[in-house]
Design a protein around this ligand. Structure first.
Ligand code: NAG
Ligand code: NAG
Ligand code: NAG
Ligand code: NAG
Ligand code: NAG
Length: 528
């Protein structure tokens, strides 16, 4: 493998021919582009680490997919006198190993201790070894309000689970032990976790993509509350709510697996739920963003899935969240070099958001089916970008867009002309090989340990000064979701061994970027 050759490949440019495109022709750093007058700067890739693909948690299950979301504990982040940093990070996997069918995996969150030592001498010709180390510490599993475990199994085609004081929740009825073995069967709340907020009191907000719902859990993992979004987002089939994501249980694949129609005509697309979840720095507001458009608004095709809904909830009273505002985010467009011209451009679905301050957010948008474990190894769009809501239409206030048949865009993905979407600005590109090579990593080229995983799905930030970040220098952490792909995997508390049919072992990769936020940013006003 030639790092220099790979660095050259970094010059790959998608053609930016229309103004709607995010300009990808410049793959160098330091092209400082202000967003609504505010300057963000990508300084460098500062770190790399990973958790091995076959690492297991305290319950005997594979620690896979830990990058669906992350939460860095603000109180634990410390800069040591010797220049290293220590901290605590919570890493959220989604619904368990599911590349060959879903399983009765209990959704959970893992806690890791971390040691990060910046390495200023890392260069392309003399790369740094891993400088981010993650030590597994503990796991909290998620349970329903009555203490019954939640599950990663696909939701039933129709129906729901009812608990007093909760909206109707998506549920799965399963036979046996839910892994294809003997057992009494049962019915559990389904959760495919994609976003996490760690609250000061130890409780968590978790966003999901079956409902898609937002749940609040106690520090012990007991469900305390649930937010059901506006009707326009609830998946419907035959005019009834239908939370199935057409992701049959592993023992049902090819047996009784088919939900019909496979794609719900309206509501969130299958497996395109609340990927983005963030809280404001003062902890009073929750923001959630769909991975891409609702199906009735273009979500059924990568070319038309562009207009995604961003919802704001006032959580001043966590027991009584209030739907407050709603905006439309135009996902970035990119040209997929493996697709014919008529299938381009595509809209890059998003995998996480982070409320930097006030009206501005980070958003992690990316292509798919390119990276480690895929036939195509070169990703062409994998960025933490910025969007600004200050001049966008609040479609909740405008009214008329939230019922099941009230659309913000046509099914061909054309936005209603009376809506001004948020302002979208290009920022931090993961795929710059001149940076990746400094840590022995690369985008594209041969499949080896240094090839970036396909799915990057999380954003967390901590100050470089180890204090409050008044110099506006911050580290951005992002973890990948490896889909639990390993040849040495375990589910069901260790009782269910598996080897992913792909033949791959994909580490849970983690990156650290060094950036400058706009002058006088205070992302966490609660800080002393
Ligand atoms: C894209 O960015 C490059 C480098 O900044 C610039 O030369 C080029 O004109 C831009 N293209 C478009 C379409 O904006
Ligand atoms: C700094 O100290 C910590 C704690 O003793 C240690 O783990 C780390 O390796 C040290 N870093 C350097 C650069 O020596
Ligand atoms: C930093 O990277 C250089 C290679 O550029 C390596 O020789 C050195 O050991 C690294 N330092 C640490 C503390 O890992
Ligand atoms: C929708 O209706 C069709 C035709 O009656 C039926 O086959 C299918 O199972 C129904 N789907 C759901 C989710 O009810
Ligand atoms: C746009 O939305 C408004 C409601 O705000 C509605 O009256 C109008 O018909 C919509 N336009 C289209 C083309 O759907």
């Amino acid at each position: 493998m030639s790092f220099l050759k790979l660095a050259f490949l970094a010059g790959f440019a998608a053609t930016a021919s229309a103004t709607a495109y995010v300009n990808q022709t410049s793959k160098s750093l330091h092209h400082f582009q202000p967003c609504n007058g505010k300057q963000y700067t990508y300084q460098e890739l500062a770190g790399y680490g990973y958790v091995p693909s076959n690492a297991r948690d305290e319950f005997g299950d594979t620690i896979g997919g830990m990058g669906s979301a992350l939460a860095l504990d603000r109180s634990q982040w410390k800069k040591l006198a010797n220049g290293s940093y220590t901290g605590v990070v919570w890493a959220l996997p989604d619904r368990g190993w599911n590349t060959q069918g879903t399983l009765n995996f209990q959704p959970r969150v893992h806690k890791f201790n971390l040691l990060f030592t910046p390495n200023e001498t890392a260069t392309v010709v003399n790369p740094s070894p891993n400088n981010l180390h993650l030590w597994y510490s503990e796991t909290i599993r998620f349970f329903g309000p009555d203490g019954t475990p939640c599950t990663g199994l696909d939701a039933d085609a129709t129906g729901h689970i009812t608990f007093a004081g909760f909206p109707d929740l998506p549920g799965a009825t399963y036979t046996g032990d839910g892994f294809g073995g003997a057992g009494p069967g049962g019915k559990r709340i389904v959760i495919d976790s994609e976003g996490i907020i760690l609250n000061d009191d130890g409780t968590f907000w978790i966003s999901d993509e079956y409902g898609p719902f937002i749940y609040r859990f106690s520090a012990a993992g007991i469900m305390l509350g649930a937010i059901r979004p506006v009707d326009a987002i609830i998946p419907m089939r035959n005019g009834t709510e239908s939370f199935s994501a057409d992701s049959p249980a592993v023992y049902d694949v090819g047996v009784s697996d088919d939900v019909s129609p496979a794609d719900n005509p309206t509501g969130r697309d299958n497996n395109h739920g609340f990927e983005g979840l963030s809280a404001s720095g003062d902890g009073k507001t929750l923001w959630v963003l769909l991975q891409a458009a609702n199906n009735q608004e273009g979500g059924l095709s990568k070319q038309t899935q562009r207009y995604s809904r961003l919802l704001k909830y006032d959580i001043t009273k966590p027991d009584a969240p209030r739907y407050a505002r709603e905006f439309v985010v135009p996902l970035p467009l990119y040209n997929d070099p493996t697709a014919k011209a008529s299938k381009n451009p595509k809209a890059a679905a998003q995998s996480d958001i982070f409320n930097v301050q006030g009206d501005q957010f980070f958003i992690l948008s990316r292509d798919s089916s390119a990276g480690n474990g895929q036939a195509v190894t070169t990703s062409v769009y994998r960025q933490i970008d910025v969007f600004d809501i200050s001049v966008a239409t609040d479609v909740k206030a405008a009214g008329g867009y939230d019922c099941a048949t009230c659309n913000i865009a046509s099914s061909a993905g054309v936005l209603n002309s009376s809506i001004v979407p948020v302002t979208y600005c290009s920022f931090l590109d993961f795929n710059v090989n001149s940076q990746l090579n400094r840590f022995g990593l690369h985008n594209g080229g041969v499949t080896d340990k240094g090839l970036l995983n396909e799915k990057w799905e999380s954003i967390g930030i901590v100050p470089v000064d180890g204090g409050v970040g008044d110099d506006d220098e911050w580290f951005v952490f992002s973890f990948s979701d490896n889909d639990f792909i390993t040849q040495d995997g375990y589910m069901n508390g260790g009782a269910y061994p598996y080897s992913d049919a792909s033949g791959f072992n994909l580490d849970n990769q983690a990156l650290v970027f060094k950036i400058s936020l706009p002058a006088h940013s205070r992302p966490f006003p609660r800080d002393p």
